[in-house]
Design a protein around this ligand. Structure first.
Ligand code: SAH
Length: 227
């Protein structure tokens, strides 16, 4: 998979890809991340990427031309499956959306800043708009990093144990059961006996039951959803 991220603040997008699971995925060649600074696609001396709103009103708007140049250049080099704009009014990111996007080959993710982008960018280039939740961020970069993390960890080979993404919360609309590691007892707080029993079938049943109880208690809405 190849992901091209377009931004006016590339600094924000560095560290998420420089450590841990995402870095390993890049090092293994399972994903390529290319970050493009929109200011490299401007003509003006002072590298202008935003301007005042027509009709007045507070807040600057990201201009059409640098975005057009950047996206057009990328599209001339390869075919993209989706050109995504991070936006609070987009489709809400959830696990099933992450699953389906993780199957794509080439993605562009456009990060807004200031008030957002000129509407014509959305009308003419964007194929999908994604929100990471009902709150407003100051820029799309953190949202893009969240989206990338959620999809990259699903690419086969990224997680050490291939099955581990499948047992995460939401994969079958269930939250995860509780997990424990050594020691088996600490300050009198014990790990449930069943997990130490060695009966894999019983352990699996216990986990399924806990996952269901946990979901009923915390997120009953998930049990009504289709997946
Ligand atoms: N004026 C816009 C908000 C702009 S916030 C509005 O009211 O809808 C600036 C940028 O941050 C947006 O262009 C978008 O790229 C990003 N952003 C803000 N909140 C987001 C969210 N919940 N999910 C994804 N991106 C978001």
């Amino acid at each position: 998979m190849r992901i091209d991220i377009i931004t006016v603040v590339p600094e924000i997008l560095k560290s998420p890809f420089e450590a841990s699971i995402l870095k390993r995925a890049i090092d293994k060649g399972l994903v390529e991340i290319h970050i493009h600074n929109l200011r490299d696609y401007t003509n003006t001396n002072y590298k202008q990427v935003d301007d005042y709103q027509y009709g007045g009103g507070a807040g600057m708007v990201m201009m059409l031309e640098p975005i057009d140049k950047c996206i057009t250049k990328l599209k001339s080099e390869r075919k993209y499956d989706e050109i995504i704009y991070m936006s609070p009014d987009g489709e809400r990111l959830n696990q099933s959306l992450a699953n389906s996007i993780s199957l794509q080959e080439n993605l562009i993710i456009l990060c807004g800043h200031y008030k957002g982008v000129d509407q014509r960018v959305r009308d003419h280039f964007i194929t999908r708009e994604i929100s990471i939740g009902d709150y407003v961020l100051s820029g799309g970069e953190l949202g893009a990093a969240v989206l990338c993390d959620s999809i990259i960890r699903l690419i086969p080979g990224v997680l050490g144990n291939e099955t581990s993404a499948l047992t995460d919360a939401f994969q079958d609309n269930l939250l995860s059961p509780p997990i424990y590691t050594r020691p088996a007892e600490y300050k009198g707080w014990k790990v449930p006996d069943i997990l130490l029993s060695g009966h894999q079938k019983k352990i699996d049943e216990w986990r399924d039951e806990k996952a269901l109880l946990h979901t009923k208690a915390k997120r009953p809405d998930l049990l009504d959803e289709e997946y």
